[in-house]
Unconditional design. Structure first.
Length: 279
């Protein structure tokens, strides 16, 4: 009976100053108690501690689909490439910027990062496309879009979700689908793109802890995968939630070599967020 109770227990907390109800397990709130004690002297060192704590966390897809964006989902027990990014950045921001470092404050910071205008207001308010996620969070002051000598401006035209609605369980709901179609018509994110053949020439422009997005040739889609840049001996590697290996890990291949394996992956866009985090 205790096992069943623990599996079915979910915390539903109303957050002061936030619009969302929280959907999480007891294990997630317990994991926060571990993470909140990892603050170091600098945001970069805290990021290293937090990501180290999350290494080997199982890769789990579609964890945000359980609540239809009527509640803020927090899941440290299973992460995909985006929720790994969001959970990590929100943790570091909570520990270094916020006056409190409790679970509710972390949830506020996560909501602000995950949703357009920082508020959960239905399915289409989530920043589903990573290029818009980066653009919006740069506008919020949470980071900057990295540019450099080998980067080129790129505008994304997006309609993958509406044209592949069968791949998104919640888009069986016609109201959700209509809101996504309307959202796609409104947005055309503009970022700076680094072609994959130029990555090895641009290592100085890529910093330890930067967020990257891998740009794809797939029509109507912007980013196929995302993670953090992890520097080893001046070379960029991926610190990411890997679907192929089923866990959060640091890649064996360099970022440049990783991209060379795929014809559909053309390069990266980069979001520098650590510079905006000050204690």
């Amino acid at each position: 009976m205790k096992t069943v109770t623990s599996l079915l227990f979910f915390c539903f907390l109303f957050i002061q100053h936030a619009s969302a109800q929280i959907f999480c397990s007891a294990k997630d709130s317990s994991k926060w108690e571990v993470l909140r004690n990892l603050k170091q002297e600098s945001p970069l060192k805290t990021w290293e501690k937090v990501t180290s704590s999350l290494l080997k966390t199982p890769y789990v897809a579609n964890t945000l689909e359980v609540a239809e964006d009527t509640a803020l989902v927090i899941n440290f027990m299973g992460l995909d490439c985006v929720t790994f990014i969001e959970s990590t950045i929100s943790t570091v921001r909570t520990l270094h910027i916020s006056e409190k470092n409790d679970f509710a404050t972390f949830a506020e910071n996560l909501e602000e990062l995950r949703y357009r205008a920082g508020k959960l207001q239905g399915y289409a308010s989530r920043l589903h496309y990573t290029s818009e996620w980066m653009e919006q969070n740069a506008q919020k002051g949470f980071g900057s879009l990295v540019n450099g000598n080998n980067f080129v401006a790129k505008e994304f035209k997006l309609n993958f979700m509406s044209t592949h609605a069968d791949s998104y369980p919640l888009l069986r709901n016609k109201t959700h689908l209509a809101s996504i179609i309307e959202m796609e018509k409104r947005i055309s994110p503009k970022l700076f793109f680094l072609p994959k053949e130029k990555i090895s020439l641009s290592e100085k422009d890529l910093h330890h802890g930067d967020m990257f997005g891998i740009v794809t040739r797939i029509k109507g889609l912007d980013i196929a995968h995302t993670g953090f840049i992890y520097k080893k001996n001046g070379v960029s590697y991926l610190l990411h939630a890997s679907s192929a290996n089923g866990k959060v890990e640091i890649s064996e291949l360099s970022l440049s070599d990783y991209l060379k394996k795929s014809k559909s992956q053309t390069g990266i866009v980069v979001f520098r967020w650590l510079d905006t985090v000050h204690s």
